[in-house]
Design a protein around this ligand. Structure first.
Ligand SMILES: Nc1ncnc2c1ncn2[C@@H]1O[C@H](COP(=O)(O)OP(=O)(O)O)[C@@H](O)[C@H]1O
Ligand SMILES: [Mg+2]
Length: 411
């Protein structure tokens, strides 16, 4: 289209083109006045473009030139020089009109070209927009897939760290359970021997008419002591089974993996359960001080938070240089936020290690002791609860881990 327009622009303008826009009536009047007789304009084909054709009869003609080419003629029964003057005037008029026509055509072309360019760009923009849209859609799917993979891997890491810490505690927990089982078993053996004494007295009963003889057997079997001791060993055994039940319960609540749903939980209780589970591991190494303040229930994953508390507690135990080291757990509530603080007076973290402690698999511990997952998993869990986990440490002085968990009023 633009080609055609430029072609039009380059072509020679005809007389008809050149008269375009000129008030024919006024031109005619001007010519009539100038020449004193009626006149007419013809193109090279002999078509009359101004005036009346019959005016040409017996008249004189004067050629009209465009740039160089003849583009028509003026005819009038007038003297030749007058006609030439009229022709010059018309040529002047047509040339200036030609310039005006070209300028306006150029203007139109430019506008047209701008509009076409605009349309072309708009189309290109639409196309690229479509491409981006399609790309964004596949990207969204790919991102979702990636997120799933990452979540899966992360879950695996959580499990690994959890298994490692439970594994580490297993020996202590086994001892913790075995101990009551041991004395319960011994108590049951004693109880069964007491039953033999009771049987002896029972055997006397049918033939016995002498209450003194019965009293003698009672004394011989030391039944007063048995009565008292029986009560004691039963109480002790009931206490022992309660201890086993409590350990199993704490362990279960801590190591559960089925709490996909959040629930309202008591952070202090989770800390107590973790400390119970770790009790055997701490014995002889660390002295645990609990300073648990009054805090509200928190909507959370109790199992995951238990894992965090155990991780930082085990790190504190590992940091102890002189046994028994003192480890302090402190909880408080202020400004809709629960803070959990764990302090140890252990070896601390060097300036060089500090930037790496949250990196997965970073550990300064010997092979088999640390996997380097505790802090990275813990920070992830705390972030999933919209909280923060920060560590301040001084080498040879100690370490303070601070966890802040926001409490939503509507939870
Ligand atoms: N309470 C602490 N005292 C001293 N160093 C610590 C303490 N907690 C963490 N660290 C340092 O951070 C490292 C990473 O900890 P973590 O991610 O729990 O892995 P791991 O305990 O398996 O080494 C530890 O190896 C240790 O160097
Ligand atoms: Mg650790």
């Amino acid at each position: 289209m633009s080609n055609q327009t430029s072609h039009d622009f380059e072509r020679d303008l005809s007389l008809k083109d050149l008269l375009h826009g000129i008030d024919k009536q006024r031109l005619q009047t001007a010519l009539d006045t100038l020449l004193g007789v009626p006149s007419a304009l013809f193109n090279p084909k002999g078509e009359c473009l101004l005036g009346l054709p019959e005016q040409a009869k017996d008249a004189v003609s004067q050629t009209l030139y465009g740039e160089l080419e003849p583009i028509g003629r003026i005819t009038a029964p007038a003297p030749q020089e007058r006609l030439k003057a009229a022709a010059d005037l018309i040529t002047l008029l047509l040339r200036s009109n030609a310039r005006y026509l070209m300028a306006s055509e150029l203007h139109l072309q430019t506008q047209q070209a701008d509009f076409e360019e605009l349309q072309r760009r708009h189309k290109a923009l639409e196309l690229s927009e479509q491409r981006y849209k399609a790309l964004a859609e596949t990207l969204e799917i790919r991102v979702k897939q990636q997120v799933k993979t990452i979540e899966h891997t992360q879950l695996k890491l959580y499990e690994t760290e959890k298994l490692a810490s439970v594994g580490r505690l297993a020996a202590g927990i086994a001892h913790e359970i075995n101990n009551p089982i041991g004395f319960i078993r011994s108590n049951l053996t004693t109880a069964s021997s007491y039953l033999a004494s009771l049987k002896k007295i029972g055997d006397q009963l049918p033939s016995c008419r002498d209450i003194d003889a019965l009293k003698a057997v009672w004394q011989q079997e030391d039944m007063d002591f048995i009565q008292q001791d029986m009560r004691d060993i039963l109480d002790e055994s009931v206490g022992g089974t309660a201890r086993i039940a409590a350990i199993v319960k704490d362990l279960k609540s801590f190591s559960r993996v089925d709490d996909a749903e959040r629930e309202n939980a008591d952070i202090n209780l989770i800390i107590r359960q973790v400390c119970n589970v770790a009790a055997a591991e701490l014995r002889g190494k660390a002295e645990l001080h609990l300073d648990l303040g009054e805090i509200p229930m928190l909507h959370c994953h109790p199992g995951d938070l238990g894992q965090v508390f155990l991780s930082i507690l085990m790190n504190a135990v590992d940091a102890i240089t002189a046994s028994p080291g003192i480890i302090q757990f402190h909880t408080a509530y202020q400004d809709n936020q629960i803070t959990i603080e764990l302090r140890d007076a252990g070896r601390g973290i060097t300036e060089a290690d500090m930037p790496h402690i949250f990196d997965p698999f970073f550990t300064t511990k010997e092979v088999g002791k640390g996997m380097g997952l505790g802090l990275s998993v813990s920070r992830n869990i705390i972030q999933a609860h919209h909280g923060s986990l920060t560590i301040v440490s001084r080498p040879n002085t100690g370490t303070r881990v601070t966890i802040a968990l926001p409490v939503k009023p509507d939870s």
